[in-house]
Design a binder for this molecule. Structure first.
Ligand code: SF4
Length: 368
């Protein structure tokens, strides 16, 4: 695309954005530049999550952690709890770590320099570009799924390379309103140039759209062939005694790090879900303080409770949950040792549980 076409596209995008932008809580009102921290939070939440899902989370988050300093000082459990239900929890943990670094190294001011900002945990090119352009009016490009689709259609390219996409983004985000240009592109992809049956009749850049001219809109970008997703089968033990259930905190690294869950284990070859659940409790007992969970499991029956399936990015997990009722050990109630806790059933909601575990907790609640 030549400079004249790009100038025209910019002009049309901004005019369209001014007339059609959605009123979202993280967007500035009346031309004022938005607070970098709130832009950052919103952009992290919006990755892989829809605007309408993010809106209430964002509002609750900003009420609970209104500034970099408040978030930096918050315990990780309360941060994960506030994120509960948004998924991809590493985003929350990285944001928390990065904000702590901003508090310690930059006095709580989000760095305007894109390189400094990008050196923070979890900040990739997309987030850096969004914050630099929207909050600091830098000519920093962004490419997300929506922008990729718009560009593939504008250029009539089936499978544009990342390098080409970023280069085009760089050439478009020029001038006095880089943040609005980036948001206009994303907004266009979200509400007009949608994946199926785009609303080309309402599109401000239709005249410059090569796919529209060629009649190839529905084939741009070409669909990536879906790889079969592996499936894991887990056995989960919901142990209950004296109105309390045993919860285990997941380790600091890996999938769902730092979240709480009922003891569970991936089934081994030839092992039933019930046997895997029993093994998980024995492991939990061995890992924690002496004499806690093991004899509980050996004594009690595990009865089927529910089956829950959850799709992660690269794997689908089927959780088969069993309930076991143990005898009274009143002196251990509500104790939290080495990442394990007997939690009052009425207070399970206070713990940061991943979605599948929440559904198991709901099944437990209706069983009780
Ligand atoms: Fe997308 Fe249609 Fe606009 Fe092309 S004309 S950018 S396909 S909405």
């Amino acid at each position: 695309m030549g400079p004249e076409t790009l100038r025209e596209i910019r002009h049309r995008l901004l005019g369209w954005y001014d007339a059609n932008r959605r009123d979202l809580p993280w967007r500035s009102q009346g031309g004022a530049r938005p607070d970098p921290y709130s832009v950052w939070v919103s952009e992290v939440m919006l990755q892989q999550t829809r605007v309408e899902t993010v809106r209430p989370y964002f509002e609750r988050w900003m009420a609970a952690f209104p500034t970099v300093h408040v978030l930096a000082e918050a315990p990780e459990d309360s941060v994960l709890k506030a994120w509960e239900g948004l998924g991809y929890y590493s985003r929350a943990r990285n944001l928390h770590r990065a904000v702590r670094e901003v508090a310690a190294r930059y006095g709580g001011e989000v760095p305007a320099d894109p390189d400094a900002f990008r050196s923070l945990p979890g900040v990739g090119r997309y987030t850096a570009g969004a914050v630099a352009s929207i909050a600091f009016a830098r000519e920093a490009p962004i490419v997300d799924g929506n922008v990729r689709r718009v560009f593939a259609r504008l250029t009539d390219t089936a499978a544009p390379s990342d390098a080409d996409l970023w280069q085009l983004a760089e050439r478009i985000v020029v001038g006095e309103r880089p943040g609005d240009l980036n948001q206009a592109l994303m907004e266009l992809g979200a509400i007009v140039c949608v994946p199926r049956s785009p609303h080309c009749g309402e599109c401000p850049v239709r005249e410059h759209c090569r796919a529209f001219a060629a009649g190839t809109v529905d084939d741009r970008p070409a669909r990536r062939s879906a790889k079969p997703v592996p499936v894991e089968h887990h056995g989960v033990a919901v142990l209950v005694r004296d109105g309390h259930a045993l919860l285990i905190k997941r380790p600091d690294g890996g999938r769902l790090a730092g979240m709480w869950e009922f003891p569970g284990a991936c089934r081994r070859d030839g092992e039933s879900a019930r046997e895997a659940a029993r093994r998980a409790v024995l492991d939990a007992g061995r890992a924690g303080a002496a004499g806690d969970a093991p004899e509980v499991t050996l004594e009690i029956e595990l009865e089927p409770l529910c089956t829950v399936t959850h799709a992660f990015t690269h794997v689908r997990v089927v959780y088969e949950a069993f309930i076991g009722r143990a005898g009274s050990r009143a002196n251990e109630r509500e104790r939290e040792i080495a990442g394990r806790a007997w939690v009052d059933l009425r207070k399970i909601g206070d713990y940061a549980l991943p979605k599948a575990q929440q559904r198991i907790a709901a099944a437990l609640k209706s069983e009780e």
